[in-house]
Design a protein around this ligand. Sequence first.
Ligand code: GLU
Length: 562
Amino acid sequence: MEGDLHRILLSFALQNAVRHGSVPQAGAVMGAVMSRHPELRPRAKELSGLIRETLSEVQALSPEERMDRLREIAPDLLEDLSKTREHIKELPALEGAEQGVVMRFAPNPSGPLHLGHARAAVLNDEYVKRYGGRYILRIEDTDPKRVDTDAYRMVQEDIEWLGLGITDIVYQSDRFDLYYDLGRQLISLGGAYVCTCENEQFKELKLKKTACPCRALSVEENLELFDKMLAGEFYEGAASVRVKTDLAHPDPAMRDFPAFRILNSPPHPRKEALVYPLMNFSVTVDDHLLGVTHVIRGKDHIANTRRQRFIFEYFGWTPPVYRHYGRMGIEGVVLSTSQMREGIRAGVYQGWDDIRLGTLRALARRGITKDAVRQAMLDIGSGETDISFSWDNLYARNRELVDPVAHRYFFVPRAVLFSIREAPPHTAHALLHPGDPTQGQRTLHFTGEALLPEAELAPGVKMLRLKDLFNIGVEWTTEGRVLTYKGDSLADARSEKAPIIQWLPPEEAVPCTLVTQEGEQKGYCEPGAAMEEGKVVQFERTCFARIDTVSREGIIAYFTHK
Ligand code: GLU
């Protein structure tokens, strides 16, 4: 096909592949070509065959090669991509937010934050940024059974990492006296009572839509009982405060739900208490007292919103504007805090940042940036439809951010040492970044031998190009594979369709372990990678990786994504 036409088709095929992280359908490429090049419309029939050829070319490239190739042949299309990706979808307006908002992120300190938390954290943050106002971090630690002392610190670190614009921090464990006061007020308003029924007995009555005897007590009697609860005159389970709702409510879980309970153990790490407020009470009181105007939270809180409205009504307070987003299934990582904790204790996971976990610290360890997490959450938005979390989209977002800055290095997995016959010594100069020579270059010295990736020397391979070095012929003899120098010309390698592969001089190679979610891959990398501790690099033709540790034994890198 003519050179120009080939370039056009290939660039749109590449652009589409980079945008979606996979090889596109021919129709999608055709659509893009037709709209940008109307002069080609009469040739549509002929083009569809050509596009298919182009797609097999794209198929053969790794994601980063696709990006590099697109940059080479159509930098404008690559640029378009980053423009259109930014805020593809703007979040819908929030009703009543024009004068500014007060919003909150309200995690329980039971473990570090994970991807599920990130959605609430980022969406609320984004609205505060958009409308102006306050963003309260409310640590919801009113259930001592679900408090992990370390989590106070971890949650704080995770929030700093995410870069949330928190303006106020509130610990619910500092506010027990407020809750007790308001508990008394709710009783005085006739909105709550102390229930001393056996749990089972209450449940039975509730299912029959029947009031328990405690419901009929006077306000004075209830206040007295509440004081007795606070004075420690009841055992755990012997008394609770219940909000009067609607005993005929079709959902039994809505009928007279509890607002306070007694717990003798475990002790609370921040507050000595026997009487603990339950979530629906403390959340309602705090949303009101802190002046929260808008709440964005998951659908799993819809029933809580219903319960909370009863309390708002008794006090005559105006509830915030609520928005409940749909469920988000997240596959491939562990998200349950108790499962994570158990696995760490049993030694199955190295810690809270083990890359098989869905915590933010595990993502950070792999080199997923906070901005990519943020973008991915904004892409998902606050819609009510249940969705599954797209790792591909998170990776695509991250790739856009790290690709322009990640230095390139060779990593040779499953390395085999070869002498290369007739090859004169060479010094290879390779750019640290192919799109930006100002980032500098790396130098490797070839003196006769090279470490090569075993997988590239599969049967049938006749010619290879060692990237930024020279071409080699591969012969299969009875003694094994014989590699011979075949000149420096890149044009020759291209015309022979020789795969261009990474290599390393054995004298300069540094042992490198690439840790992936599936296990470890041993190999070698360039010495320059040792200067990148904590940074994301691109192991050319392999993947992006974060250089985690550099020691005398070598480098440990974590797989980021392709
Ligand atoms: N602490 C609650 C939770 O993490 C959030 C409460 C709320 O958003 O209303 O589920």
